[in-house]
Design a protein around this ligand. Structure first.
Ligand SMILES: Cc1cc2nc3c(=O)[nH]c(=O)nc-3n(C[C@H](O)[C@H](O)[C@H](O)COP(=O)(O)OP(=O)(O)OC[C@H]3O[C@@H](n4cnc5c(N)ncnc54)[C@H](O)[C@@H]3O)c2cc1C
Length: 389
């Protein structure tokens, strides 16, 4: 049996290793556009590789259909599979699991040493630009118009997020021609741009409740650290909002509301604090934010009355920014979009449209929030593929 993987990222490498262990005589080949495997994996978790998460909650993804896969491959099965790859994990904050070495480079070395010792073929610097089926075989076609014949082909080609770590060219048009429901790649797990001038807030970071409204309807609410950029807002909580909301990413009807005031304080209390002749906001929020709020409300802090205090408290509970778009693909950790999960048989990851064609990992439309959920998805789709191939 001849099997090809198009794309040599985490999903493909884990799958190819498990496949070759299960069927040592099968001919397994990985086609990779770059001159190395696992380029993106090496950059994950700031070089520490947040490889998984203890949570199997499907709410961590943009599509409830992931539950079918999470129920089939719960955490104990995921960790067993990682141990069989000599990857032992340790939990840091918020259920995030990292390799004990805290090194993504080490994880890459481990996987590559298995690829080499199992004699898995790898064709580097090879971009697969097209494919077709004929007489129950799948033919891959590369940039030099060389054709390769396989019994089964697995597309594990990821997305264009941080494309310097992967591949800028996509096969989305090719998949469309093969009648897949394909949605365009949209940057996700990235900062957002806002319409307001936030230059003066550049570098300010604080923890707060973040709410996103679309035309007055609450679409996202979570607590976390936000970090201001020159023209927008970043931070994990904002990254996660990009996965869970901003579906109409060209629509400017989203408002991001920050509840900056974590403590309850009423206007009388605030006024009495002002009367002590020091700025009470100094004990509540960063200086740059204090200036921003006084500017916004056109308030002179030296001359404050009860109404001003009311307005200040309201503004701090409802610091509102107008969504002006997502940051670029280059700054995104993942992309929304790809092959619709509805086109995939979740019993074995095979296409419902074409026989002997499979899809795993980030090329599929299911995306997770930050915290190890995307590598978790890569792993469970890979396990589901190999167990049922
Ligand atoms: C900076 C950064 C940090 C991240 N940190 C984390 C983290 O800590 N935890 C987490 O869970 N997720 C993280 N992610 C997301 C995670 O890395 C991806 O979801 C995951 O790598 C996807 O794996 P994959 O195998 O599906 O695709 P990829 O890893 O993207 O691999 C796809 C491969 O296919 C190749 N390719 C594409 N098209 C072709 C073609 N036509 N022919 C040949 N080769 C092709 C590409 O070059 C690429 O090597 C991070 C992402 C980035 C960018």
């Amino acid at each position: 049996m001849k099997i090809a993987f198009v794309g040599g990222g985490y999903s493909a490498c884990v799958s190819a290793i498990n496949l070759k262990r299960k069927y040592p005589n099968w001919d397994v080949c990985i086609f990779e556009y770059n001159n190395i495997l696992l380029k993106k994996l090496k950059a994950t978790g700031n070089g520490r590789c947040n490889i998984n998460n203890i949570s199997d909650d499907y709410n961590n993804y943009n599509d409830d259909k992931v539950k079918i896969l999470l129920d089939k491959y719960p955490l104990d099965k995921q960790l067993k599979a990682l141990k069989q790859l000599n990857i032992y994990t340790t939990e840091l904050t918020n259920g995030c699991l990292y390799p004990m070495s805290l090194s993504s480079e080490n994880v890459c070395k481990i996987l590559i040493s298995f690829i080499n010792s199992l004699n898995i073929n790898v064709k580097y610097n090879c971009f697969i630009k097209d494919y077709y089926s004929k007489n129950n075989k799948i033919y891959l076609c590369d940039d030099n118009n060389t054709q390769y014949e396989y019994d089964k082909v697995i597309f594990s080609n990821g997305t264009s997020a941080s494309f310097k770590l992967g591949c800028q060219k996509t096969l989305l048009d090719i998949f469309k021609n093969h009648h897949y429901a394909v949605s365009l790649f949209v940057p996700n797990l990235c900062p957002i741009k806002v319409k307001e001038n936030v230059k003066s807030l550049f570098g300010v970071r604080f923890k707060c409740q973040v709410k996103v409204y679309y035309k007055d309807e609450l679409t996202f609410s979570n607590y976390g650290e936000v970090i201001f950029k020159k023209d927008g807002i970043s931070g994990i909580v904002i990254f996660n909002a990009t996965v869970k909301t901003f579906d109409n990413f060209n629509d400017k009807n989203y408002k991001v509301v920050l509840d900056v005031l974590n403590n309850k304080i009423n206007e009388e209390e605030l006024l009495s604090m002002y009367k002590l002749n020091s700025d009470p906001l100094l004990s509540l929020i960063p200086q740059k934010l204090i200036n921003y709020v006084y500017n916004l409300l056109k308030i002179n802090p030296k001359n404050i009355n009860l109404d001003d205090c009311k307005n200040i408290i309201f503004a701090l509970h409802n610091l509102t920014f107008t969504f002006a778009g997502l940051y670029s693909l280059e700054e995104a950790q993942i992309c929304r979009g790809g092959i619709s999960i509805d086109n995939i048989n979740l019993n074995n990851m095979e296409s419902k449209i074409e026989k002997n064609v499979y899809f795993i990992g980030e090329i599929l439309s299911i995306k997770g929030i930050s915290g190890g959920f995307n590598l978790k998805f890569g792993l469970i789709t890979s396990l589901n593929l190999i167990d049922n191939l």
